[in-house]
Design a protein around this ligand. Structure first.
Ligand code: FES
Length: 285
């Protein structure tokens, strides 16, 4: 079904002379293979991670319950909301379940959240499916997300994606064979001033040690080095890889860091040319 839809789409593209988008042409085969239920094709890694497939590790019999410590955390989260609005806690409680469950939400993890909050299961499934930070498929220990929105794209996100794809040997929506890294794509993560960037969710230390770290001002080489550092058990530098924060010290261009060549931020009156003085012109008429 999915392959037929893809074949139809490809021929439509060819007939209409439409250039295939980078996302479409770079689909991993698994993205196509898993999308046969209810949709014709996956458009990004979120679609791959958020379509349920009954598998040995994720089915009606896969057990999930919060740990005693995490039940205490659930209680603390619920205390932030009125008693009759427990369902407002669905996002933080799902997040807690995901962190406990190594970065993804099994069917019964979502059902447990529904039970704890007194919600219809389908409502919880809907929330978990809609938000891209929730994963409904098993993930690697590290979820590496490449920002693919316009500012990052203009600053070289495709180069970052290409470098990571080659370095990890997996495409968007796939996990390395050792179960360490899942490569994904994410929309703008609000660090555009330091584009291009990636975020890495670390699920290796449970709820207590969970981290979600941004790495910014990346060159392809930086991106590969971050992966190598994680593999070596080191803690890569978070934030910008080339400046302190977001001061005008340079930018990534053509896959490399280019230091700024002079003032790029106004620290005095702009040098002109200026707009016409409309008040003076009006008086002269
Ligand atoms: S576009 Fe990448 S962080 Fe905004």
């Amino acid at each position: 079904m999915a392959r037929r839809a893809l074949a139809w789409y490809s021929s439509a593209v060819a007939e209409n002379g439409i250039k295939e988008s980078a996302t479409l042409s770079s689909w991993p085969s698994s993205a196509v293979a898993v999308s046969g239920v209810g949709r014709s094709y996956a458009t990004n890694s979120h679609d791959v991670f958020n379509v349920h497939r009954d598998e040995a590790h994720n089915n009606n019999d896969t057990a999930f319950d919060f740990t005693p410590d995490n039940y205490k955390r659930v209680e603390e989260i619920l205390s932030r909301y009125p008693d009759n609005w427990k369902q407002s806690a669905v996002i933080p409680v799902l997040d807690l379940a995901q962190q406990q469950n190594d970065g993804w939400l099994s069917l019964n993890a979502m059902r447990k959240v529904a039970e704890v909050l007194g919600m219809a299961e389908i409502r919880v499934f809907e929330v978990a499916t809609f938000y891209t930070m929730f994963n409904r498929s098993k993930m690697g220990k590290y979820h590496v997300m490449v920002c693919g929105t316009t500012p990052c794209m203009l600053q070289g996100a495709k180069g970052i994606y290409g470098a990571l794809k080659e370095h990890l040997g997996v495409d968007y929506g796939q996990t390395t064979s050792d179960g360490m890294f899942t490569l994904g794509e994410m929309e703008c993560m609000g660090a555009c001033v330091n584009a291009p960037m990636i975020a890495i969710a670390d699920y290796t230390h449970g709820v207590e040690g969970f981290s979600y770290t941004y790495y910014e001002d990346l060159t392809p080489q930086d991106a590969k080095q971050i992966i190598d550092d994680i593999k070596a058990g080191k803690k890569p530098k978070a934030g910008s890889q080339h400046r302190s924060k977001a001061e005008p010290a340079g930018a990534v261009a053509n896959g490399g860091w280019v230091p700024s060549q002079g003032t790029q931020t106004l620290v005095g009156p702009p040098p002109g040319p200026y707009c016409r003085n409309l008040d003076t012109e009006a008086e002269q008429q």
